[in-house]
Design a protein around this ligand. Structure first.
Ligand SMILES: [Cu+2]
Length: 209
C-alpha cells in the first residue's frame, strides 16, 4: 500500500488527479509562454500572430492529439473515482480491513466496527472544550475501510476535511464510501449539517495508528 502525497483520501487515485491537474497547469503555462515568445521574437511580419502561418500545422496537430490523450486519461481517472465511491459496483481492495458503521444522533456519533464478526458499538461523546471526544475511531494506517453512514434521528453530516470527505447522514438511508487511511495521526472533523442545539458539540476524531 502506498502512502499518499497531500491528504488521505477515499481512494488513492484521488491524489493522481491532484498531480494531474498540477502537471496540466504547468503544461498550459509553458505552452502559452512558448507561443508568446515565438510570436514576439520569430514572427516574420508585424501582423502575424498565428502559429499556423509559421508552418506549425503539424505541431498543432500533434499537440491536439497529446492534449486529447490527457483529457481521455482524466475521464478514465474520474470513472475510477466514481466506481470506487460505489461499493455495490466496486470490489474490495488490497488491505481492506472491514466496514465501520457510523450513526449520527442528537448529539453524538455511534461507531460500530463490522470487521471481525463481532459487532460492538461505541458512543463518541463530546468530552472537552473544543475538539475532543471520549471515544474516537481508531484505524490502522494503510488500511482501506468501508464507511456506512446513516442517522437515527435528524439529518447530520459526517465531515472529515483532511480526507476530502463529507457525507450526509440521512435517516432511513445508508451512504457508503471507502476510506483509505494513508496518513498517520489524529484527524478532526465536525458534524456539517445543522441538527439542533448540540450541533456544534459532536466533533469527529479519527486516529490513524
Ligand atoms: Cu449536526
Amino acid at each position: 500500500m502506498t502512502s499518499n502525497l497531500y491528504s488521505f483520501s477515499s481512494y488513492p487515485v484521488m491524489d493522481l488527479i491532484v498531480v494531474y491537474i498540477w502537471w496540466l497547469g504547468i503544461l498550459i503555462f509553458l505552452w502559452v509562454l512558448t507561443s508568446v515568445i515565438i510570436n514576439i521574437f520569430f514572427s516574420p511580419c508585424v501582423g502575424c500572430f498565428s502559429l499556423s502561418r509559421l508552418g506549425f500545422d503539424s505541431v498543432e496537430y500533434y499537440l491536439i492529439l497529446i492534449f486529447s490523450g490527457f483529457i481521455l486519461l482524466l475521464i478514465f481517472l474520474n470513472l475510477l473515482i466514481m466506481r470506487s465511491h460505489n461499493p455495490s459496483r466496486g470490489k474490495h481492495f488490497d488491505g481492506f480491513r472491514g466496514v465501520i458503521s457510523v450513526v449520527g444522533r442528537q448529539w453524538y456519533w455511534v461507531y460500530s466496527f463490522l470487521g471481525s464478526g463481532i459487532s460492538e458499538s461505541i458512543d463518541s461523546y463530546y468530552a472537552c472544550f473544543v475538539d475532543c471526544v471520549d471515544n474516537g475511531i481508531n484505524l490502522l494506517g494503510g488500511g482501506v475501510y468501508g464507511l456506512n453512514i446513516t442517522s437515527a434521528d435528524v439529518l447530520h453530516s459526517f465531515s472529515l476535511p483532511s480526507a476530502n470527505l463529507k457525507i450526509d447522514a440521512v435517516p432511513g438511508r445508508i451512504n457508503s464510501v471507502y476510506l483509505f487511511a494513508g496518513v498517520l495521526g489524529r484527524h478532526l472533523g465536525y458534524c456539517s449539517e445543522f441538527c439542533g442545539a448540540g450541533h456544534g458539540y459532536m466533533p469527529i476524531v479519527l486516529n490513524v495508528l
